[in-house]
Design a protein around this ligand. Structure first.
Ligand code: PNS
Length: 178
């Protein structure tokens, strides 16, 4: 039986850590459905359509990956789409408590849907959308941490112009997929 996995998140914006998980998931499951939570109350920097467009561009080289959006309960969405697996990335111990609560609540809501945790490459273990936005806001560079399209849009939106800032960020995250 073909296994469809949902990879849900806010993706505001997508980082190379998210893409690392998507790539790993795409090798493990027949299809991966990246599901962007439509959460206007969180006041995301990027609107839903923009997050979707960026993700579609970033995942264009992975033929078994599709991008969609959802609101309401994740398990309801997963069931509607015929997905039996929810993929979540686990970076560090600090992620664990929240992820554990969410996985068990989702299991209580639908015991047929299994949460699978995947670890990104250690090069991305500290990376988050929140930190990326903060670094750009304060003039730092996020080159190598986000797709070029995200870097460009962040620079235009909150940085000091294109390419996301003035201080160079060497090494971390660049080219590493583990
Ligand atoms: O990238 P994020 O912000 O950590 O993703 C969180 C997300 C979207 C997975 C989570 O907020 C979610 O599933 N929201 C949908 C509402 C829902 O199902 N809530 C109950 C989950 S326990």
């Amino acid at each position: 039986m073909k296994v469809l996995a949902v990879y849900p998140g806010t993706f505001d914006p997508v980082t190379n850590g998210h893409l690392d998980i998507i790539r790993r998931g795409s090798r493990l499951f027949d299809r991966v459905l990246v599901a962007i939570l439509s959460n206007p109350e969180k006041k995301p920097l990027f609107g839903l359509r923009e997050r979707k467009r960026i993700l579609m561009m970033a995942a264009a080289g992975m033929p078994n990956v599709t991008v969609d959006s959802f609101d309401g309960l994740l398990v309801d969405y997963a069931r509607r789409r015929g997905a039996r697996v929810i993929v979540r990335g686990l970076r560090a111990l600090s992620d664990f408590e929240y992820e554990y609560q969410m996985a068990l609540m989702n299991r209580r809501l639908d015991s047929e849907i299994e949460t699978v945790f995947m670890m990104p490459s250690e090069a991305y273990s500290y990376l988050s959308s929140r930190l990326v936005k903060e670094v750009v806001r304060l003039g730092g560079s996020v080159a190598g941490l986000v797709p070029p399209e995200v870097e460009r849009r962040l620079g235009l939106r909150i940085g000091n112009g294109a390419r996301g800032g003035r201080r160079s960020h060497r090494g971390a995250g660049r080219g590493s997929r583990g």
